[in-house]
Design a protein around this ligand. Sequence first.
Ligand code: F6P
Length: 532
Amino acid sequence: MPITTSDHPPLPLPLPQLPEWAAFVAAAKAASIRVNDLRLVTAAGLQLDLSGQSQSPAMSACAKALLNTRHFDSLRTQLLAGQVANATENRAAWHTALREPAPIDEVAAERRRMNEFVRLADSERRWRNIVHIGIGGSDWGVRLAVSAFGYQGMWRNVRFVANIDGHAIAGGLAGLDPRDTLIVLASKSFTTAETLQNGQRAVEWLRAAGVANPMGQVVAITARPEVARAWGVPDAHIFKLWDWVGGRFSVWSSVSLTTSLAVGSEVVAGMLAGAAAMDAHFAQAPAAENAPIQMAMAGIVNRSVLGYGSLNIAPYDFRLANLVPYIQQLEMESLGKSTGLDGQPASVPTGPAVWGMPGTDAQHTFFQWLHQGSDGAPVDFIVCQEAEHDWPEHHKSLLANCLAQREALLRGKTYETALDECVAEGMPMDRARWLARHRVHTGGRPSNLIVLPSLTPYTLGSLLALYEHKVFVQAVVWGINPFDQWGVEYGKVLAKGIMKELSADNAAENRASHHDASTAHWVKAFAKSLGV
Ligand code: F6P
């Protein structure tokens, strides 16, 4: 069990009240991207190149002072020791305990149960089909690992169903043999409407196919085993996670049962080891060489000093397509807050919108906006030095594209260079002057380059933990709680109310009385089309 304590550092003051913040902002404004200075940090098998970020010795000194005044060291210690880090829900956020090389007994016991379940299923060649039902943190991490390591195909068919849209579960079950299908329900709370409704449909599908014991083909992973039990899942099929593991951090728990069934328990073990190595780096490396800290401070400059509203994630690796939504949830559910821990409005812009797509697809989709749009966005380029396929020409092109896009964003192209090019192409001078303006790249657009030696479970685990810790550092500086998600909860409550209004047993005259005009209109219209 995590240790709890009321021994918190004082509530963080709004940033503008801190001289350390004013000094950091001034230093960041005076700093610049120094294209001729290489700035590399190595961490847990990854190389983080920060050369594309503003830097100066003054900025580093001010960052250190800012972290000190935010009690960063003691907050990091509390986080890693499983003390209360999530103040608004009064609980720990102890996902790091799940990847400790020598985990606490209850974690080790659950992992043994999971591995044994997989070993047995594999030795009996059971469960040709797996339907993993879960959403958000109960989905993205597993999807990411399975697509990263199972992209060449797996002997099991693995389907993911998250969305409440009935087409998702219809497609998820279509064509599968119900007798050899395992339904994995992943839900920390076991109250999530999407997961329970989709789970219900899957059980009905098993029953309709004449499966004698449908619940014998259902597995649940949850922090509320009693609710799963009441739902009918047999004890032997309930795998536990804990209240002190946030939903968006649950990839490190038995939620990864599906990963093990799909691509092997050794993949899960490798991811845990990589994440543990990043945890150790985060805990021990001095600030100037600490990858999560350095990445976090660069992100704070980009968001809160330079005013960039978004962060683009560009994995130059087809296998990492699902990294984008994974990081989206991690960053935006964690940092999408505008109330500080002191209960006052956060006084500087906090977490950016996160978006992206693997390169090189992204180059043909939205990179034009990154290069020449009026806003631009910092970009995290992520690439593997070695590829696993047999076509070195492809990998050479991928690497070249990644470096080229980053360099173009960094260095830009001046009017003079563009004009010289136009003239060299033989254009008349008038046209050359006019066209050159269209070919100018502002440049100076910030980026990170994260280089993995190759994509392995270890490096993927390390990469995910890098982002987790970066998010934590940013939350400490911004003075917000990265571990709650009250905004999402509010939408869930409203949806429940509207569900009732769309139900036949609700009196029509009570319907929609408290809504805004538009919602009221559509509740009535949809009730009509639903025949209510
Ligand atoms: O999106 C809100 C959220 O609570 C996430 O934090 C979580 O990952 C997801 O819903 C699913 O929750 P659960 O695992 O409890 O079904």
